[in-house]
Design a protein around this ligand. Structure first.
Ligand SMILES: [Zn+2]
Length: 445
């Protein structure tokens, strides 16, 4: 009797062991060029992965990888190329901020990047060999289909040109799913540079169209999600700025060929020590910032031949860097910094070197005041930096710089703003206040 029970238990153990297999995915998102900060960064994420990631585990980045830090912004992402390679990513998906450097430079960056890119909803016209809509990987005899989707507003992030073609997200996902069906995949993962809510819809309504999708890894909205169900799929969203890396474990029944269970964990990195292997990147980042500042100072001094001008310029530049790291949107009053200092276009473009970043808009003092009033209402909630708001005289130029304004909501909803972005000229623009208001309303959606 006892013997029979033991045999039965052994058999049960055997069957369970044969039936269960596991797929493990790791994901980062919206790193924004942070290598090492008190709260996280790639160097700390590397330590977590070094300790916990198995060689067969997949690692994916969901986009907005390189824009944000000093060296990344001034090198068009190139300063992060080597660390990108060292992390051991299996795939990456482009974010919207990758496009800040302009499509030509982005193409250069991706040509050097050795990580396969997944993006179904936009493509370079001249195809990049390492960029595909989706991929199939096999782990433990389980076929995993992975679809990458860049920001659904990608088309509006870039200046018009012939570099890229764009497709509606829904259509792009449907096409990739059709291809994956033919490949007879067991699990479908959507890696999407987008959050739960977006203008005109929600992830819930999107996933209702595609019940085959099992797991969604989100990004872009910086709304960390440890793991939850949305419309039948399992949704996770890694923490931004390298403050946390997500781990998703998918238990798969090999006999029924079905997912048995999905669990996930967010490894927060604040108290994690940086790996010694990352020291060279941390040091390089420090050096780049230091020499970058020295270099800039030298150039500006040569150009302007005045210490006062240089000081004004560096103050502006510091504000600009602060802004590009934190603020969603900010204004620099061109005339108001100091009446004697001429802030010219050269200075502005030195601060924001990429074509997609600078839009100059001329508004009246009255319009300016109403814009400031609009911004003040939202100052605490959304990072809006207001600079030199105190000048008092008739018509002034305001330089509006944006990384996610004109080129995101702005480009799509406001043809006038787009026209300005194209011409890059100082232009009359009476409805700027309306623009700002609509921008904040979009954020609140
Ligand atoms: Zn984004």
């Amino acid at each position: 009797m006892c013997k029979k029970v033991i045999i039965f238990l052994l058999l049960l153990c055997y069957l369970l062991a044969v039936g269960a297999a596991e797929v493990v995915l790791w994901a980062t998102s919206d790193v924004h060029g942070v290598i090492n900060s008190p709260k996280g960064g790639l160097a700390k994420i590397f330590s977590v992965l070094e300790a916990k990631r198995k060689p067969e585990d997949l690692l994916i980045d969901v986009g907005d990888f390189f824009q944000g830090s000093y060296s990344a912004n001034t090198s068009g992402g190139m300063s992060l190329l080597n660390i990108f390679h060292s992390m051991g990513y299996d795939f990456c998906v482009p974010g919207n901020h990758e496009m800040d450097i302009g499509m030509k430079k982005l193409r250069e960056f991706y040509t050097l990047l050795k990580v396969p890119l997944l993006c179904a909803n936009w493509k370079f016209v001249k195809a990049l060999p390492n960029m595909k809509s989706h991929a199939v990987v096999v782990r433990n005899n389980i076929r995993i289909g992975i679809i990458g989707v860049g920001d659904r507003e990608s088309r509006t992030r870039v200046l018009p040109g012939r570099e890229a073609v764009f497709m509606k997200e829904e259509k792009a996902i449907a096409q990739s799913l059709a291809a994956l069906r033919k490949e007879k995949v067991d699990i479908i993962v959507l890696v999407r540079h987008g959050g739960i809510y977006f203008s005109g819809g929600t992830l819930y309504s999107l996933l209702k169209l595609f019940p085959e999708i099992d797991v969604v890894i989100g990004g872009h909205s910086h709304q960390t999600e440890r793991g939850r169900k949305i419309a039948g799929a399992y949704y996770i969203h890694p923490a931004p700025y390298g403050q946390g890396v997500s781990e998703v474990r998918i238990a798969f029944n090999e006999r029924t060929r079905k997912i048995e269970r999905i669990s996930s964990f967010l490894h927060e990195t604040e108290s994690v020590k940086t790996s010694v292997k990352m020291k060279k990147y941390i040091d390089a980042e420090r050096r780049a910032a230091f020499y970058g500042n020295v270099e800039t100072a030298k150039n500006v001094l040569l150009q302007y031949k005045s210490v006062e001008d240089l000081q004004k310029y560096l103050t502006l530049k510091a504000v600009a860097e602060l802004g590009s790291a934190d603020a969603e949107l900010f204004f620099i009053d061109k005339a108001g910094i100091d009446r004697k200092t001429k802030i010219n276009d050269y200075m502005i473009y030195r601060m924001f070197p990429y074509e997609n970043n600078v839009v100059q808009i001329k508004v009246s003092y009255k319009e300016y005041q109403s814009i400031l009033a609009e911004c003040r209402k939202y100052c605490d909630k959304y990072k809006v930096a207001l600079i030199n708001e105190l000048h008092k005289s008739g018509k002034k130029y305001i330089i509006l710089r944006t990384s996610s304004f004109i080129l995101s909501g702005g480009g799509r909803n406001f043809p006038e703003a787009r026209r300005i972005a194209e011409n890059r000229k100082i232009t009359e623009f009476a409805s700027l206040r309306q623009l700002v208001k609509q921008y904040f309303m979009q954020l609140q959606e």
